[in-house]
Design a binder for this molecule. Structure first.
Ligand SMILES: Cc1cc2nc3c(=O)[nH]c(=O)nc-3n(C[C@H](O)[C@H](O)[C@H](O)COP(=O)(O)O)c2cc1C
Length: 199
């Protein structure tokens, strides 16, 4: 299928059919795809946690405000985290990045200070969200990206020390009556001429 058709068909699912599960095979494929996400200097300052366990998924749903029911009914929840410990990142990259990439980090990212470094980690992680949502759509798996989560509670539940959750994505199959499907709620975007220009 053409990518245009795929991206037109994806939407933020607001209601899931709790009886339908994403197959093990598809979950493995999604893991392999998100693993291949690109990042600046191949820094990969992220962690992706696929939640299948019902008890853990329910605990995370309870810490997800208005997103609770979606997570309870979705097949899986995937939590996207970024490194939260800069010293840990700097030690790690010695083992997997070439000298030139480390030089780029030391000369262009590190001097900006702690806040900016952590923001750079998050920016890389958001890139993987685009890949992940597109992959789901191409596999006809429905998804919900969610920043509406309680970060500190997620961090505790997942026992993350050197990483911090940023957002999560519920995946599964839509409730056929979901009112947010494009056939009921057509896609809304700013006029293309306002946001895309040619110079
Ligand atoms: C980073 C990010 C965070 C979002 N957080 C939530 C959320 O917490 N709950 C929710 O229902 N939708 C959330 N959305 C969905 C957006 O509202 C949605 O993508 C946007 O309205 C465009 O609609 P579409 O995805 O159906 O095309 C989020 C989307 C993104 C990209």
């Amino acid at each position: 299928m053409k990518f245009t058709k795929i991206i037109q068909s994806r939407y933020t699912t607001k209601s899931y059919d709790y009886t339908k599960k994403v197959s093990k095979e598809s979950v493995e494929e999604l893991k392999a795809i998100v693993h291949l996400s690109p990042s600046s200097i191949n820094s990969q300052p992220w962690k992706f946690t696929f939640i299948e366990n019902k008890t853990v998924k329910t605990a995370l749903a309870e810490a997800s405000y208005f997103n609770k029911q979606k997570i309870l009914d979705a097949s899986h929840l995937v939590v996207f985290s970024a490194i939260d410990d800069i010293a840990f990142f700097e030690e790690n990259i010695k083992h997997y990045l070439p000298e030139g990439a480390i030089g780029y980090y030391n000369n262009f990212v590190k001097p900006k200070g702690m806040q900016e470094i952590k923001s750079w980690f998050k920016q890389q992680t958001y890139l993987s969200l685009g890949i992940f949502l597109s992959a789901c759509a191409s596999m006809q798996i429905d998804s919900t990206p969610m920043e509406g989560i309680e970060i500190d509670k997620y961090k505790n539940i997942l026992n993350q020390i050197k990483y911090k959750p940023i957002f999560a994505v519920a995946i599964g199959y839509r409730n056929t009556e979901d009112k947010n499907q494009p056939m009921y709620n057509p896609k809304s975007r700013l006029p293309i001429e306002d946001i895309i220009s040619i110079m």
